[in-house]
Ligand binder design. Sequence first.
Ligand code: ADP
Ligand code: ASP
Ligand code: MG
Length: 436
Amino acid sequence: MKVLKFGGTSVGSAARMQKLLDIVNPQERQIVVLSAMSGTTNNLVEIGQAYLTNDKAKAATLIATLKEKYEAVIKELLKKPETFEQGKEVIDYHFRLLSSFANDLFTPIEDKVILAQGELLSTTLYHIYLKEIGVPSVLLPALEFMKTDEDNEPIVDHITAELTPLLEKYPDMNLFITQGFICRNAFGEIDNLRRGGSDYTASLIGAGIRSEEVQIWTDIDGMHNNDPRIVSNTKPIAQLSFDEAAELAYFGAKILHPQSVFPAQKYKIPVRLLNTMDPQAAGTLITNTSEKDKIKSIAAKDGITAIKIQSSRMLLAHGFLRRVFEVFERYRTSIDMITTSEVAVSLTIDDTTYLGEITAELGAYGSVDIDVNHSIICVVGDFAAEKHGYAARVLEAIKHVPVRMISYGGSDHNMSVLVKTEDKVEVLRSLHSRLF
Ligand code: ADP
Ligand code: ASP
Ligand code: MG
């Protein structure tokens, strides 16, 4: 059984929803994961923000505007009076819910409920559309099987346990529709898998049911060899290994949610990145194998803070790095890059929630310097093929730009540099023209 995920643009209008059946084959048993219609989650974030700042008038205006958009969608999508009425009831229900928070004490828990409405709307409306055109399908509520634990880690075994019986209930049904992004957390509250999380949903479901393949359908023909929003003449990559894809996703290739590769990787489920706007395009196939002797792709991750701890006393003494790392562990802050020398260690983080506390505690081990507004530029490829001198070529390409950190040798397929975000565009373009 395959899992097909369609992103925001792929369900971004009534016309796009109607086109999905060019790709989804109702004769094949499959699970279709849908994102919210494009723009909706951003609008829901704004609505939540308005409530959080107690600007109820703004929330009401935003809700009214979004509701009009959905009303226009069903006018185009649902042509029969009875299905149109059902669509209208669905919209009324979800928008009444959004408006109801004006009366409540608003907390981050309610905010998550707001964020969940986009996927609930898109899947329910699509399900009604399928009914209208006579294509049988089952709407599977993701909140019944997608769950995270105390560390906010999704529980694949829970998906297997809950989803398998749901699927078995419909042995003759081919099409199952479900929501990406949303889940329940360890407290049973409605939560989500973070922005872009529908990719993660698809991979998790794929892992949970040991799917034969996961397909991520989006608005571009696969993973490109650089960020197409910044660099022109980027090209799709035919094949990536799970490790390479994970590296690119984590270091900023927006086409994939940062964690989405891991569940598929664990169960060796091939992942294909495909283009809804050009279904015949080959896209990118992600599997266990990788093409050798190549630089594959470049990605960039912004919002990076570098922390340098300088100490004459103990830097390379045993136990010193452990104590440094323990500070980050205490504040549940993960480290992306590390470089060391005899007298100092530098590392980077992207979550600065506890930067003040972390800096204060690190002060016990030496002097601490903070550099904000940096970007990690990650080059992925077969760096083990040393004969090509790839590392030297990377550095040669960016020799005119100040580099704050370099990380090489952590794995065979990655080299990363840390630069000021203001230099990012130049670095991406320069690397592109010299490496490809
Ligand atoms: P969806 O809504 O389908 O999940 P996203 O917007 O999350 O789509 O991801 C697709 C977008 O990712 C593309 O339109 C492209 O602009 C962006 N992107 C960034 N880096 C890359 C890359 N290396 N390869 C392909 N797309 C990329
Ligand atoms: N709708 C969610 C978002 O915009 C999840 C997704 O699209 O993957 O982040
Ligand atoms: Mg996405």
